[in-house]
Design a protein around this ligand. Structure first.
Ligand SMILES: [Zn+2]
Ligand SMILES: [Zn+2]
Length: 255
């Protein structure tokens, strides 16, 4: 029996839970520990069961809470080795007790109880950005967020996943005509920015994803519209999906 959950996604905080009731792991931790506890409780999970956090990248919405979680609950924090190498000051600023900082190379398998995970590189404006593949008892989950473009490796990984957590950050037209300053619009739409709705739906089609469910994540509340994405996904998604609007949480308990 497994529980998986989008504890939150978007520019104000991101965290994903995977738990078998005894062992829990998180992908990213962009919340205070109090807020994390509140969100975990919604899925009948406890912070005491969290045995590791796996970080996609150091932007605050993904990493601002890893230090306090590590200090208060002695939770190891796995980060791409390249990030540790090229962003030592930013890593130090997270204030993770030194022995709990763990470096990992892409496709290096990390085992935490019955879970095994590996990361793959993503194209984002934070060096060492990665996504994660999570396996438990023959079941596979994939988190792909904060990526300006996708690649063949990611499509191959998605084709074998049961559940996919896929960024759909913005609608191209809404970003273009929206209130953001030009430099920010350019950053978001760049190959080191974020995936648009079109990018996400194209990825879904090209990967041949035929798993059980897609969660669209990291939705902008300025440059995207949930009904718009839902309508577009309904036309092309081969499987059931959930659009995880900012501030909401979604998941399945014990399946
Ligand atoms: Zn982000
Ligand atoms: Zn980011």
């Amino acid at each position: 029996m497994l529980t998986w959950a989008v504890l939150g996604s978007g520019s104000s905080g991101n965290s994903y839970l995977f738990s078998d009731g005894t062992t829990s792991i998180l992908i990213d931790q962009g919340y205070s520990v109090a807020e994390l506890k509140r969100r975990l409780a919604h899925f009948q999970a406890s912070v005491d069961q969290v045995q590791a956090v796996f970080v996609t990248h150091l932007h605050p919405d993904h990493a601002r809470g890893v230090g306090t979680l590590a200090r208060m609950h002695r939770v190891p924090v796995w980060i791409h080795a390249k990030t540790l190498e090229v962003q030592p000051q930013e890593v130090a600023a997270l204030n993770i007790p030194h022995p709990l900082v763990q470096g990992v190379e892409p496709f290096q398998t990390i085992t935490v109880g019955p879970f095994s995970l590996f990361c793959y590189e993503t194209s984002h404006d934070c060096e060492g950005s990665v996504g994660w593949v999570i396996a438990h008892g023959g079941r596979t989950f994939m988190v792909l967020t904060d990526a300006g473009v996708t690649d063949e490796v990611q499509r191959r990984l998605a084709s074998g996943a049961e559940v996919l957590f896929l960024e759909a950050n913005y609608d191209v037209q809404m970003l273009k005509s929206g209130p953001y300053p030009p430099f920010l619009k350019a950053r978001i739409a760049s190959t080191a920015g974020h995936l648009s709705n079109d990018d996400a739906l194209t990825f879904l089609a090209e990967s041949g994803f035929c798993g059980r469910h897609v969660y669209f994540i990291h939705i902008s509340d300025t440059n995207n519209s949930v009904p718009l994405l839902e309508a577009a996904a309904r036309r092309v998604s081969p499987v059931p999906f959930t659009v995880c609007a900012k501030g909401t949480y979604h998941g399945v308990v014990g399946s």
